[in-house]
Design a protein around this ligand. Structure first.
Ligand SMILES: [Fe+2]
Ligand SMILES: [Fe+2]
Length: 314
């Protein structure tokens, strides 16, 4: 019989550990993508888009942005598993299970939005009906970023070292989830919620409540995911297992792809303020990772979305 006794701990799970606390926060903040974004809200988005005077090019731009998010969520759902295999601590395992489940919910939300809003609007307006997987929506930097992310995660399976772990977190949690996704979601919220920062200038405004409701839940989850990755990289650096230069070089290299990806023709929001927002974010993150006295905010702070309550009110 397999030996399952473990004299190094009394109980299986430590709710007071860092990852145990993150897992508890994930459970507490659970949301149901089928119920918590009501069908009526998506129906209202559909109606507003049908009635708006958005032309086909503007609609395709919105649709392209959603294709990028949908594909991104699908990719991170598929690419997280190697981390679940290499992490030893049971509290880390609990957290990663919740993250995998949440990425799956994010993927489901974008698929649902395409089926219930995007395609029906295209049909009713007489626009071309396109697939969310259409190659036209993905530029070279976007593709390169996700290919590198997949490779960094897969590498853990054959070469699991403190350095490859730091690189995996830098690709997945710090760049794709933090800089690219959080910046993109910020841009979407800015564009389609009445309380978003003004970034669209004179462009026509349509308040898409169903979309904003979904991405508000998603952004909150991402705050927790990014916090987990940040803490892991910070520990590797502060414990002296990984040279901060490795982290800095990896992040700077990937930043070029992020800038290229958000400047995609498909993004409905203006790129310059987004790139600036992304750069500020990365600079602040490097500071938290490398400075011994800097601290990561508590998870409860990380899952709060600025202006989210207002954005989803009305
Ligand atoms: Fe996600
Ligand atoms: Fe995530």
């Amino acid at each position: 019989m397999t030996q399952i006794e473990d004299a190094s701990r009394d109980h299986r799970v430590d709710p007071d550990s860092f990852a145990g606390g993150y897992f508890r926060n994930a459970v507490y903040r659970h949301w149901d993508p089928y119920e918590d974004v009501p069908g009526e809200l998506l129906e209202a988005d559909r109606r507003k888009l049908v009635e708006s005077d958005m032309d086909e090019a503007a609609f395709d731009s919105l649709r392209g942005t959603l294709a990028l998010f949908g594909a991104g969520e699908e990719a991170v759902t598929e690419d997280l598993a190697p981390l679940a295999i290499v992490l030893e601590d049971v509290n880390d395992q609990l957290f990663i299970s919740s993250q995998l489940y949440e990425e799956a919910k994010h993927t489901q939300f974008f698929d649902r939005y395409w089926r219930e809003v995007i395609d029906p609007v295209a049909e009713e307006r007489g626009f071309e009906v396109t697939r969310p997987t259409d190659q036209r929506y993905f530029n070279d930097d976007y593709v390169a970023l996700f290919e590198k992310n997949e490779a960094a995660m897969e590498r853990l399976l054959t070469d699991d070292t403190p350095e490859t772990r730091a690189q995996a977190y830098c690709h997945y949690h710090l760049t794709v989830e933090s800089v690219l996704a959080q910046t993109g979601y910020y841009g979407l919220q800015a564009s389609y919620s009445p309380t978003g920062p003004e970034m669209l200038g004179d462009a026509e405004f349509v308040h898409l409540e169903g979309l904003i409701e979904g991405i508000t839940y998603i952004r909150s989850d991402e705050g927790r995911h990014v916090g987990f990755g940040m803490q892991k990289v910070r520990d590797l650096i502060q414990d002296g297992d990984v040279d901060p230069d490795v982290v800095q070089t990896t992040l700077q290299e990937l930043m070029g792809h992020v800038a290229g990806a958000v400047q995609s023709d498909e993004m409905t929001v203006e790129a310059a303020p987004l790139v600036e927002y992304a750069q500020e974010k990365i600079a602040r993150r490097i500071e938290i990772l490398t400075e011994a006295e800097a601290e990561l905010p508590p998870v409860e702070e990380l899952v709060k979305i600025e202006g989210a309550d207002d954005a989803t009110a009305d």
